[in-house]
Structure formats: structure tokens, C-alpha cells
Design a protein around this ligand. Structure first.
Ligand SMILES: Nc1ncnc2c1ncn2[C@@H]1O[C@H](COP(=O)(O)OP(=O)(O)O)[C@@H](O)[C@H]1O
Ligand SMILES: [Mg+2]
Length: 284
């Protein structure tokens, strides 16, 4: 087994007195789906915000092994540079450009790469073959992902007019069309119906198999997490409380407790109750 694509060690993020992420260790591999689960407020989104350059961590090391650029310490990069190394994300609350079409949303995500190919000059834009090639490649790639995510019919529609489930697919297409090494998905099944969630699971498995990228998945839908993850990390109050395969996590006492609390204060999220019958134990 080669060294992990991503190695997070000792990640800590404080907001004033609150320690949202507390000395967390985490790895993600190529060709694997690594899930991060945990109750609301556990610190999951904050981990993504640190990884993708939205927050500078209070402490810790975020090591990415880039095939071309070697070992890159993400926490030391300026935030905007992280995507350049192939770390891309989707958001818990969809963030597309609502007044742009689906195709435009995908192309704009490739904007930085296109501009670099032009050397940020008008001569580059107009004359150089490199730019024209890059532009053609960008369009091809956008087309590929539009088809792959079954968005051809809505490619020219404004993203903001599409249904929630379709917007979720656009987000994934937009992320994938930048050619990521590590795709970070923050609750991609939120708001999807069971049929859409099942389709999302198949899509992610297809991407894993075909492109061999690393996928980091934050998700509350246990049917999805248990169905497609290779490894699961469970976080509570910013700390990792368990790590293992889906089968190991289902059976883990600490996980059951973190999700259910003490029996009399338990408030089981419906999807957990429904999809993780084992976790219903303490309430029965
Ligand atoms: N920018 C911020 N400023 C202050 N507190 C924050 C900020 N972002 C997150 N938090 C807090 O950090 C904790 C973890 O939040 P979050 O990472 O969003 O949890 P999760 O995604 O697991 O639900 C919560 O208590 C949240 O209120
Ligand atoms: Mg969150």
C-alpha cells in the first residue's frame, strides 16, 4: 500500500474559546471513499474549511502527496491556491452561481487554469496555441461531466432555476471538471430523496473506480455512508472517537453513544434510525 494521498495530523481549529477541531488525525487514499461522520457541530465542515483554505488551522499539518509536485503542506499555502493542487469541494449549502447556466458554472470553475495558460495576457488569449488548446480542453471536459451527470438537457439553463437534486449534481460536475485529486463532499445527499441518494452512491462508486481519485465524504445519510465507504472516521466534539470499516463502525459502542446520547435524552435523526437498525439498540 502506498503512502496516503492526504495525511492530516494534529489538526486543531479554535474559534475564541471554542475548540471546533481538536488534534485530529485523518488520512485519505486514492481510489478510496473515506467518510467523516459525527453529530451536528462535531467539526466536520470545519475540517473541510481548513483543508480547502477557507480557514487557516490553529495547529496541525495537512500533507498532500501530489503526483507532479511532491509533498505539499496545504496549511502553508494561501487559501486560493489549494484548488490548484487538486483539492476541491462542494458545500453543505449549495453554492453555484445561480444566474449562470450549468455550462457556465463548469467553465468558470476552470477559469484559473485557463488564465494561467494565457499567461494572463491578451496576446496569450488571442494568439497562442496553448490557450486555444486549453480552451478546447476546458469545453470538452465540461461537456464530458455534463453528460456524465445527466445534465445535457439543462446545460443552458440558469443553475438557480433547477431543482435541488439537480443542483447537487451540477456541484459535483463542477468539482469534477477541474480534474481533482481529492474531492471533498460536504453532505451531498442532504435534501435528496432516496432514489436520488442511491443514484449519488452509484455515481461516487463509478468515479472512484474510473478515475481513482480520493473522495472525502461528510454525510449524515447512513445508508449512503455504510454502502459506499471504504473507511469511516467518526468525530465528536472535534475529536476522533472511532475509525474503521463500515462493519466495525456499526458495532462500535462509542459511535452508538455519540449518536444517541444517553437513552433518555436520545434524539435519533430519522435517517439514522431508519438506516442503522443496530444503532437503535439503546432506545429499544
Ligand atoms: N467561523 C466560525 N466561527 C465560530 N464558530 C464556528 C465557526 N465555524 C464553525 N464554528 C463552530 O465550530 C463547531 C463545529 O462546526 P462545524 O464544523 O460546522 O460542525 P459540523 O459540520 O460537524 O456540523 C460548531 O460549534 C460551530 O458553531
Ligand atoms: Mg457541517
Amino acid at each position: 500500500m502506498s503512502a496516503p494521498l492526504l495525511e492530516v495530523s494534529g489538526l486543531t481549529m479554535r474559534f475564541g474559546g471554542l475548540v471546533a477541531v481538536d488534534t485530529l488525525d485523518l488520512t485519505a487514499d486514492r481510489g478510496r471513499i473515506t467518510a467523516v461522520i459525527g453529530p451536528n457541530g462535531a467539526g466536520k465542515t470545519t475540517v473541510f474549511n481548513c483543508l480547502t483554505g477557507f480557514y487557516r488551522p490553529t495547529a496541525g499539518r495537512l500533507l498532500l502527496r501530489h503526483p507532479g509536485k511532491g509533498e505539499v503542506e496545504l496549511q502553508a499555502l494561501p487559501g486560493y491556491a489549494v484548488a490548484r493542487y487538486g483539492v476541491v469541494r462542494t458545500f453543505q449549502n449549495i453554492r453555484l452561481f445561480p444566474r449562470m447556466t450549468v455550462l457556465e458554472n463548469l467553465l468558470v470553475a476552470q477559469h484559473t487554469e485557463l488564465m494561467r495558460k494565457s499567461a494572463f495576457s491578451i496576446a496569450g488569449l488571442l494568439g497562442l496555441k496553448g490557450w486555444r488548446d486549453a480552451q478546447a480542453t476546458a469545453l470538452d471536459r465540461a461537456r464530458f461531466w455534463i453528460e456524465r451527470l445527466d445534465l445535457t438537457r439543462v446545460a443552458d439553463e440558469e443553475a438557480g432555476n433547477l431543482s435541488y437534486g439537480v443542483q447537487r449534481r451540477v456541484e459535483i460536475a463542477r468539482a469534477m471538471n477541474t480534474n481533482p485529486l481529492l474531492l471533498c463532499l460536504d453532505e451531498p445527499a442532504a435534501g435528496l430523496n432516496p432514489r436520488e441518494t442511491a443514484a449519488l452512491g452509484e455515481l461516487l462508486q463509478g468515479i472512484r473506480a474510473e478515475f481513482g481519485i480520493g473522495i472525502l465524504l461528510i454525510e449524515h445519510d447512513m445508508s449512503l455512508v455504510m454502502g459506499i465507504s471504504d473507511r469511516i472516521h467518526v468525530v465528536d466534539h472535534g475529536k476522533k472517537i472511532a475509525e474503521g470499516t463500515p462493519a466495525e463502525i456499526r458495532a462500535d459502542e462509542r459511535v452508538i453513544k455519540a449518536y444517541l446520547g444517553e437513552p433518555d435524552e436520545a434524539e435519533v435523526p430519522p435517517e439514522v434510525a431508519q438506516d442503522m437498525p443496530e444503532l437503535e439498540g439503546p432506545r429499544a
